[in-house]
Design a protein around this ligand. Sequence first.
Ligand code: MN
Ligand code: MG
Length: 638
Amino acid sequence: MILPRRLAVGGGLAAVMAARPAAAANRVRLRVLETSDLHMYARDFDYYHDRTDPTVGLSKVAGLIGVARGEARNTLLFDNGDIIQGSPLGDYIARPGGLKDGTTHPFLHAMGALGYDAATLGNHEFNFGLPFLEKSLQRTRFPFVCANIRRAGGRFFLPPSMVLRRTVHAEDGTAHVLRVGVIGFVPPQIMIWDKSKLTGKVTTQDIVATAEAMVPALRKQCDILVALCHAGISAAPRAEGEENAALHLAAVKGIDVILTGHSHRVFPGPDYAGLEGVDAERGTLAGVPAVMPGYWGSHLGVIDLVLEQHGKAWTVADFAVAARPIYRRDGATVVSLAQPDKRIETATEADHAATRAWVGKPVGRIGSRLTSYLALVGDNAVMDLINAAQIAYARPLLANTPHAKLTVLSAAAPFKSGGLAPDNYTDIPAGPVALREAADIYIFPNTLAAVRLNGAGIQEWLERSANVFLQIDPAKREKQPLIDRKAPGYDFDVISGLTWEIDLSQPRRYQGGKLVNPDAHRIRDLRLDGQPLDMARAFIVVTNNYRADGGGGFPGLGGNAVVLRAPDANRDAVLRYFASRPDTPVGSTASWRFAKQAEPLALTFDSAPAAKALLAGRPDIAPDGPVEGGWERFTLTV
Ligand code: MN
Ligand code: MG
């Protein structure tokens, strides 16, 4: 995947201002600030490794908020959702009894100290269920809006929009009361991703259709309109129910500013360069100023507006957009660019200390080091362990069902396989395993589920998983990149109990969840116990609720395929697996490899520099040296 790029700060608007005439009573400079996808990273701390992490934290981004406010007379601050789930602090608060009745969620309480003007919900707000969410939202010091979730019966789940009245000062000091309209949106896919928690209780509506229905009336009540869109940016054609709808939302007439998120990327920036309708340098979607501030507090979104009043109406005369980072990478060194806000540290001190103690408890023991640095280039012990744990958990639950006689397989993906940052890997030393290390193996709060499908369906599943690899040219002697950095590692499922080869000379059969090359097949030589897999035979595959209910658009999943919905999290299955034996074996079972081509291929991939120490058993992998962003490049010979 592509690194969040550190962008140059400011500059643009200063130039804009210099070219303008003298201070005017009808001209207001308004700075709109955005945080998004904070995911319970309250402080600059990594609970999985029990150490400071200068790349994350509301406390750090709050430092930038202070700076940004100091530079501008009129500011507004919004959060774009994915707040209450993510870091172990989130699990600690969400554990049974963790959130006292009648108290605001501690993270939302801490955010309250920063004077947010409004916020919307992200998809992860629903991971712990509606009762926990509703309890969390009690007595927050800032309002939440969301226009595309309704309760059963039709009432809005939250206020869909609101109009904030804010006194602002024009260039010459004249005060105006500005009416700021705010409307919020969440991906409608929450009905799939948290199906068992939401079915029958709420419904979601299409983002763009909702905006088309609601924006005209809202626009009449306000002077400027800010859309809080917990969705990313895609240039794909408009589709009913689309997930990353920000670009199509921007085209709805009447919206002045779009705050985006969900994709954990940075906009403006090179991640979105070249898309039709997107100016990835200036920061516009369909001409509307827009920003996306990374994730876990990595960036602050800053949109500077020049508003002019002519008659009664205010218009956006000019703007400049930036995503300000809290750190930059200088080779392998991380340089902090923000001072922590002491108010956030004080507000979270007790829960922070309790979470550290909670995740430090030992849960089991492993005989050798367990890492995910090479999880995308061959068999990996982390996925083996998850799969073994999932099967051990699910087998007894399937025993007295009509599926009892079927062979039970299991699917798991390397959640921490680099992706956006070179420190995003699992690396657990041999010896006792603490809860924080076990949690690091399974970072998402998914619940365990199982699906029933036949051998042909399993082959399609693996075809979809193989999307993470680019197509290579078998005739080319030069080095070729192996991994599509835009394909998330969590969609690379490995199914235990089988062996197969992946033929990289073939195009990808699926793109995202869509069948794009019906004649292409990358999965070769798929076997069970050494015998070719019977395409007509039925199997059970243990997985998580996200995948079982259609997350990632895997073919044949969702709907009737689901035969087991466990009450426990996949992570709990991993914890039980550790707890049920004095020593948990670590060692990868043969599962998959790249198919040999006529001539040897040289394929490059990036991992953490620490992966260099793991090459003893891999004569097919050689280090090529460091590359930008703290990564190390390797060449794999196939
Ligand atoms: Mn998120
Ligand atoms: Mg999200």
